[in-house]
Design a protein. Structure first.
Lengths: 251, 168
């Protein structure tokens, strides 16, 4: 069961729901508490067995076809020109359009996404939220070979994941996030005491953007594109070092 | 392209424990999702889809197999009888796929759902809370109880196997 007063912490730690500071504190506790260490070991044993057992039931192909056929034609998502939106969260996009119509916004010229400043605000909001307890990481690992496969099946694109420890930006982990009505990958890097969220999503615009910095509510953002993806690094770290990270990630 | 269809099917399949019923439920859930499109208020699209799948599964069971929903409240806590430290972990680690499937299948609905969303779907507490429409604290406690029961179930299955050799 773990030791009595730490049971809640242990569970949250095991599920990756603690923020960085409390994780470290709990790891300290683990070093001295054999009860908690053993409980954690047992929980991990069960999780390993569950993972190894392949219990996930994927939808049969026939069901996919049936669902598609059952959706009334007027509600069916329209085909999208190739290259414009290689991936599409149609539910979210359609909902966004509905909400926008509801708000009386002019939607049509803007389907490809919000203006960059709105996206920037969303990114900063996400960055701030991620710094609050339990939101930073879904997968906690400094190993790019652990983080990258974790995104498989959770996103409909494969974000590039590289560890930059030797260059002074160690990878801390990754997380799913939601920006501009789509699921995006968020990679978390560290620079000294600063945490950096790098948001990645498939590219929307054809023109290649040069790295571009912006400051919102005191946070620095650097946007760039590379290899068919749009990137945005958000942090309280200075712009020069964010540019350095952008360069390392291939801007 | 149909987003989250695998997640939808996986959840339905584990809730109703029958592939054909799961297919029907997923179809109905996606229809509902389209019909009540306005219900989507941002947030996690996957959680939103799974919430509809969950509700559809519950109404289906209510109508066709109400007994299965009742078992949710039948919680009996057995204490494990493994004494040596480390022995339990070794036991859990050696459980095979068939045994895990059986153990998970036999959990009460509420607990089965918690394990499926957390361990198979990899959802955060917050997302699970969205799917089930309950506070995060409730997610944490049902997940803890679910894990305890799953663990006991596995240990029981293991013991049974060692005694009688029930290997299929």
């Amino acid at each position: 069961m773990g030791c009595e007063n730490k049971e809640l912490l242990l569970r949250a730690y095991f599920d990756g729901e603690l923020d960085a500071v409390r994780s470290v504190e709990f790891e300290q506790h683990l070093k001295t508490c054999t009860l908690c260490a053993q409980e954690l070991h047992e929980q991990q044993a069960m999780r390993d067995s569950l993972r190894a057992a392949n219990l996930y039931e994927r939808a049969p192909e026939a069901l996919r076809a049936k669902v598609r056929a059952a959706i009334p034609p007027e509600a069916r998502p329209q085909p999208i020109p190739i290259g414009r939106r290689p991936v599409l969260e149609w539910l979210a996009v359609a909902a966004a359009i509905l909400i926008a119509v509801f708000l009386g916004a002019k939607v049509l010229p803007n389907i490809g996404g919000k203006t960059q400043s709105l996206v920037a605000e969303e990114i900063v909001a996400s960055h701030i939220r991620s710094m609050q307890a339990g939101h930073l990481l879904d997968v906690e690992s400094t190993d790019q070979h652990t983080v990258k496969p974790w995104f498989d099946g959770r996103l409909d694109f494969a974000p590039p994941v590289v560890d930059l420890t030797t260059q002074g930006f160690p990878l801390v982990g990754g997380r799913l996030d939601y920006i501009d009505h789509r699921n995006v990958a968020a990679l978390v890097y560290q620079r000294r005491k600063h945490l950096i969220n790098v948001f990645i999503w498939p590219k929307e615009m054809k023109d290649t953007k040069l790295p571009e910095a912006q400051t919102v509510q005191g946070y620095n953002l650097v946007f760039w594109s590379h290899g068919g993806m749009d990137f945005c690094a958000a942090s309280d770290l200075n712009v020069a070092e964010l540019h350095q990270l952008a360069e390392l990630l291939g801007s | 392209m149909l987003p989250h269809l695998d997640a939808a099917y996986n959840l339905a399949r584990w809730l109703v424990r029958n592939p054909q019923d799961a297919e029907d439920i997923v179809q109905e859930a996606y229809l509902r999702a389209f019909k009540f499109f306005g219900g989507y208020q941002g947030g996690h699209a996957r959680a939103w889809v799974l919430k509809i799948v969950r509700n559809t599964s519950y109404s289906y069971l209510e109508k066709n197999r109400p007994a299965e929903l009742a078992e949710e409240f039948d919680e009996e806590v057995h204490t494990a009888v493994v004494e040596q430290p480390g022995a339990e972990a070794a036991l859990l680690q050696s459980a095979d796929s068939r045994m895990l499937r059986e153990a998970l299948d036999e959990l009460p609905m509420n607990f089965r759902e918690a394990i499926v969303l957390r361990e198979l779907e990899g959802m955060s507490y917050k997302e699970i809370a969205e799917v089930k429409g309950v506070p995060i604290g409730t997610v944490m406690s049902s997940l803890a109880r679910a894990r305890r029961q799953l663990r006991e179930q596995l240990i029981r299955l293991r013991a049974k196997e060692e005694q009688g050799g029930l290997r299929k």
